[in-house]
Design a protein. Structure first.
Length: 277
């Protein structure tokens, strides 16, 4: 059996999937075709049902629950991991709601958390996440929502934090921040889906067992990132919740799901139990 699997080239994803894709573990006869793309591209593909298995932001998952079910392994979820709202250093900002804001995609968790923290912020423009810092520095927008490794580099580029959107979520909701998960098509039979879930868990266990070594696979997809930043990235976004969501992780995702429905004035199409494999 061959299954397509999509994830981002960011170190947290390549760290998780390295052993699976490069057959450092036994994949039980399943072949995986890896497609690496920016998360918002993966989000759009998920809405179209393009891939068998995919990393995706939770809002994109919530919009595609008719097509996908969430696996318990591989998620990015934790505390202190949320997106940051930033401005050019020294720039005076009065009301956030009145500013132009760059976001890393309509269907990203970052955009949902911005809406949660600032419901009246409507002047938003989607942009590739890696371009947001430079555009804010060039004053082509007042503010930007940054994710991934940009959390570790924004100060070096002359930017200042306006708000930690994840911190706002944690304080108000008292649950971890669900950023992204791994979903599999509902058309894949349950036995195979459970097998894939376990293989992703084994792949991550293999990575943890060899950490802090940064493999060539992780390095070759991380562009100009230093090993120090790669490790910070992995340490921040990959944790025990990535091995297994557990009850705490599921509660956080259900809380975000209900928030998503409320913000978008949508009715639920799945009950909580139906979201998960």
């Amino acid at each position: 059996m061959k299954l397509s699997i999509g994830f981002s080239p960011c170190p947290n994803d390549t760290f998780i999937f390295d052993a699976l894709i490069n057959k450092k573990i036994d994949t039980d006869g399943i072949e995986f075709e890896a497609i690496l793309e920016d998360v918002e591209t993966l989000n759009q593909w998920a809405l179209e049902g393009k891939l068998d298995i995919t990393k995706l932001s939770f809002p994109a998952f919530f919009r595609s629950t008719d097509k996908y079910v969430l696996l318990t392994a591989g998620s990015a979820l934790g505390k202190g991991v949320g997106p940051l709202l930033v401005k050019r250093a020294g720039r005076e900002i009065s009301k956030v709601e009145e500013q132009s804001i760059l976001i890393p995609g309509i269907n990203t968790t970052a955009n949902l958390l911005l809406s949660f923290a600032y419901p009246d912020a409507k002047n938003k423009r989607p942009m590739l996440f890696s371009e947001i810092e430079d555009l804010v520095m060039s004053e082509l927008a007042d503010l930007g929502v940054i994710i991934h490794e940009n959390r570790f580099t924004y100060q070096q580029k002359g930017l200042e934090k306006v708000a930690d959107l994840g911190e706002t979520w944690e304080k108000k909701m008292n649950v971890p921040i669900p950023l992204g998960g791994i979903a599999i098509k509902r058309t894949v039979d349950r036995l195979t889906s459970l097998q894939v879930d376990q293989l992703i868990r084994k792949s991550l266990e293999y990575a943890f067992a060899n950490y802090p070594v940064i493999t060539d696979y992780v390095k070759c997809h991380s562009q100009t990132m230093s090993e120090e930043v790669m490790r910070k990235h992995i340490d921040l976004y990959v944790n025990n919740n990535s091995l297994n969501l557990g009850e705490e992780g599921k509660k956080a995702i259900i809380t975000l799901y209900n928030t998503f429905l409320s913000i978008n004035n949508m009715a639920s199409t799945k009950n909580a139990e139906e979201l998960f494999l």
